[in-house]
Design a protein around this ligand. Structure first.
Ligand code: GAP
Length: 500
């Protein structure tokens, strides 16, 4: 699937627009249009319904975005949440040092070092040829491109300091324009109150998780919960990402759907295994069934120092396989940090075990925007129907922005009135659409492109026996349903069975 086609469909049909587009947009920020907001809301609601409301061991929270800045000292974000950045003095471009790949060609006159920016070494390798051609065109290569030997590759971070002066930056023409890596904190800062000084400095949260830890004691004190239990939150997070890219995959303002699941240390491994599987299955159940979804366990050297296990749920996007959700075994790291920084006792007294302890935490942390993008990529298909090529978004009915579209076949013989009545009945329960204009085939195609699972047509036979035609988006199959049964038939399609 071509990413450009998807981005263009999203714009054209009102799923996703660049933020503040009439002013030229703002890199890393996106707006959800009328169809996109329904899709993303359905994803969040399905997540909330399945993980919070339908469970006995989960409660929800909605915390403020700006919190006491000590929260971020305790969590480690003030000290550590940063990327090493490199600036180019020649072109003023900025790069992440660990995503800057330096290709070293050993030449008789000395080494030639060319840096290429890329998310992965493979991305950089793919762009190397084009980069060398550009340098060749500007006479910036000491020998012809075709005579260059095979290079070795290393990231700028790993490159010995003495060699950095020899590197030609990714958009520069001469060597030595790249600075040393400098730490750059990813948190957006702001000031609270009238005075803009150090004492009023605060941050927009870079994750929703810390609001949950900061409220752990409050939730325990409400008396509604006992271990093991989880606290869930959906909300906006902000990161001043250096290289926002790949549409809504990496943006600077995004939404997270996070769970912190608290349990006795001896049960943590079991709960980790449970959530790792439960979260993977959730995506499959909602349509990620093409084999592009995988579960990848982190190698021991990838783990944070406090974590004994972490797994990523990854999706094969058109631009590469990347993380959709992480499931981390965080031990008691967060609660012990907040105990230390707040001076409050966050331990839990277990009435059943007659034991006081600091619970361990399993954290399934998902991105609502990345999930939206994965569901869009998976749903997008071009296929043949009725001898024509069509574009269709095959969303799971529970996630589809519009559940059904009502079409009077012609604008006469009482069909529009009958259609209007069915539309009004449905609209009390679902997001539905009414369209009486144009050829019926065209109307079907437009709804296929919006991902609407059901077409409901009022036709000649409706006037005779009060049935309507249902049309299935994916197969084009048609069948008749009595008008009185339409609401229930749509409900059967879009509401999950009890195992969801
Ligand atoms: N509390 C743990 C945490 O925040 P993370 O791996 O940094 O972990 C969790 O983020 C999820 O949030 C990611 O798997 C991704 O889905 C989403 N996410 C993180 N940064 C993002 C960004 N810049 N744009 C969109 N989604 C992002």
């Amino acid at each position: 699937m071509d990413m450009e086609k998807l981005v263009s469909l999203c714009k054209r049909r009102g799923f996703i627009f660049p933020s503040s587009e009439i002013y030229g947009g703002l890199n890393g920020f996106w707006d959800y249009g009328p169809l996109g907001v329904e899709l993303k809301r359905n994803i969040k609601e399905a997540w909330w319904q399945d993980n919070v409301r339908s469970r006995d061991d989960m409660v929800g929270l909605d915390c403020s975005i700006i919190m006491n800045p000590k929260v971020w000292e305790a969590s480690g974000h003030v000290g550590g949440f940063s990327d090493p950045m490199v600036d180019c003095r020649e072109t003023k471009d900025r790069y992440r040092a660990d995503q800057l790949y330096v290709f070293k060609f050993e030449l008789p006159a000395g080494p030639l070092m060319v840096a290429v920016a890329g998310g992965t070494a493979q991305d950089a390798k793919d762009s190397l040829d084009e980069r060398l051609s550009k340098l060749g065109n500007k006479n910036a290569l000491p020998i012809k491109k075709k005579d260059l030997p095979t290079p070795s590759v290393i990231t700028y971070t790993e490159l010995p300091e003495v060699d950095r002066i020899l590197v030609i930056g990714p958009t520069a023409t001469s060597a030595g324009s790249l600075t040393e890596p400098r730490q750059f904190n990813l948190m957006f800062s702001t000031n609270v109150g009238a005075l803009a000084d150090a004492s009023s400095k605060a941050y927009l949260r870079p994750e929703t998780a810390q609001g949950i830890f900061a409220n752990f004691k409050n939730v325990c004190d409400t008396g509604r919960v006992k271990l093991p239990f989880g606290i869930a939150q959906i909300g906006k997070s902000f990161r001043n990402e250096i290289t926002p890219r790949n549409f809504i995959f990496r943006s600077r303002e995004f939404e997270q759907m996070e769970i912190e699941f608290f349990c006795h240390p001896s049960e943590a491994a079991q709960w980790y295994a449970y959530w790792r599987k439960a979260r993977f299955d959730w995506y499959v159940r909602h349509g990620l069934q093409s084999g592009r979804l995988r579960l990848r366990d982190h190698d021991p050297d990838e783990l944070a120092f406090y974590s004994t296990a972490t797994a990523d749920i990854e999706y094969e996007f058109p631009f590469g396989t990347s993380e959709l959700e992480g499931i981390a075994h965080r031990g008691d790291y967060d609660l012990s940090q907040h105990t230390k920084f707040s001076g409050k006792d966050l331990s839990y007294f277990d009435e059943e075990k007659k034991e006081r302890y600091l619970p361990h935490v399993i954290e399934p942390s998902a991105g609502a925007d990345r999930a939206t993008l994965a569901f869009l990529c998976e749903a997008y298909q071009e296929d043949e129907m009725g001898g024509e090529t069509r574009t269709v978004l095959k969303f799971h009915p529970r996630l589809a922005p519009i559940k059904a579209a009502v079409f009077p076949l012609v604008k006469k013989d009482g069909m529009p009135e009958k259609g209007e009545k069915i539309y009004r009945d449905l609209k009390r329960h679902f997001n539905v659409f009414f369209d009486e204009k144009g050829a019926i085939g065209r109307r079907y195609r437009r709804q296929d492109e919006a991902g609407t699972p059901l077409g409901i047509t009022i036709d000649g036979q409706t006037l005779e026996d009060d049935t309507v035609t249902f049309r299935d988006r994916d197969t084009g199959r048609q069948w008749r349903v009595p008008s009185a049964g339409v609401v229930q038939a749509v409900r059967d399609l879009v509401e999950p069975s009890t195992d969801a």
